[in-house]
Design a protein around this ligand. Structure first.
Ligand code: CA
Length: 223
């Protein structure tokens, strides 16, 4: 999951980024409205956290412009405590939800999860493909009854695959979704992570749960 944080207060922006990265999200920061709008228009984010009071272009305008350009990424706006006006304007401009500053990080995470759930047909916290179940709230993964321990990056890759269960997922898609702009990994890094996932998930002697589509990418083996 790739998140853009548009927030000019560097301290808050860094706290939010660090917290999200710890939860396995790939995070990019923009520090003014113009930069935020540009990044949102040129990169496929799964979610945007958008402050209202921003230099160069305010959050309401950014939101409005993105919606006019048919960019339908979920947007969570951040507003000051006393500005009901901002919240109303933001929601009217096409934001999906808002959070009032100062906020608890746990609430931010819960709202992000709720927004991401809206994007899929199921409202459940569980993603299920075959006998593989991922609980996106407590981040537990099970294959049948067997709990599977994953690192943050392994989890993020598996989550992306499970959110697109019938699709051919290319390495470029994974790379764009799991890593931020700062990423400079080696070209085979995704293969390395997929290999580790297979070691943890697959049963010996069975076809891999994560099938390789030669020269193209990966697809999950359906139930
Ligand atoms: Ca601000």
């Amino acid at each position: 999951m790739r998140v853009l944080v548009v927030e000019d207060e560097r301290r808050l922006a860094n706290i939010v980024k660090r917290g999200l990265v710890e939860e396995g999200y790939a995070v990019d920061n923009a520090f003014d409205g113009e930069e935020g709008a540009f990044m949102a228009e040129t990169t496929a984010f799964d979610l945007i956290i958008l402050d209202i009071m921003l230099p160069k272009k305010d959050g309401v305008m950014v939101c409005q412009e993105l919606r006019e350009k048919k960019i339908n990424v979920p947007i969570l706006i951040l507003t000051a405590r006393d500005s009901i006006e901002d919240r109303v304007k933001g929601l009217d401009a096409g934001a999906d939800d808002y959070l009032v500053k100062p906020f608890a990080f746990r609430e931010l995470m819960a709202r992000i999860r709720a927004l991401l759930r809206r994007e899929v047909s199921s409202k459940s916290a569980d993603l299920e493909v075959g006998d593989l179940i991922m609980n996106t709230v407590n981040r537990e993964v099970k294959k049948g009854d067997k709990p599977i321990e994953l690192t943050a990056k392994e989890y993020a890759i598996l989550e992306y695959l499970m959110r697109h269960p019938t699709m051919l997922v290319t390495r470029a898609m994974i790379e764009e979704n799991i890593w931020n702009y700062e990423f400079e990994g080696s070209s085979n890094i995704i293969e390395v992570f997929v290999g580790r996932l297979r070691n943890k998930i697959d049963k010996e002697g069975e076809n891999s749960f994560i099938q390789t589509v030669r020269g193209a990418g990966y697809r999950l083996k359906s139930a």
